[in-house]
Design a protein around this ligand. Structure first.
Ligand code: ZN
Length: 84
């Protein structure tokens, strides 16, 4: 069980033989490209991440707009209270 788990989490560089994390495309020790079959998977994952990031950015911008509106509203309320 543990070896399966380890092999899921870790991979070994074919060039320098050091342990590297499974999701690494390049070996951090020697810079060799590893997990060639994983590269396609990683690119897909990367694209997915980019899409999520873009989505988050949109949400963040929406939130910022709402935040600005709220600040504006608060300013109006303060003005209204001051002018009373
Ligand atoms: Zn290496």
């Amino acid at each position: 069980m543990e070896t399966i788990f380890n092999s899921l989490k870790k991979s070994v560089c074919t060039d320098c033989g050091r342990d590297i994390q499974k999701d690494f495309i390049f070996c951090p020790w020697c810079g060799s490209s590893v997990n060639k079959d994983k590269q396609i998977e990683n690119i897909a994952l990367h694209e997915e991440n980019m899409r999520i990031k873009w989505h988050e950015e949109q949400l963040r911008q929406d939130a910022k707009i709402l935040d600005d509106l709220e600040k504006e509203l608060t300013a109006y309320v303060v003005c209204a209270q001051l002018s009373r």
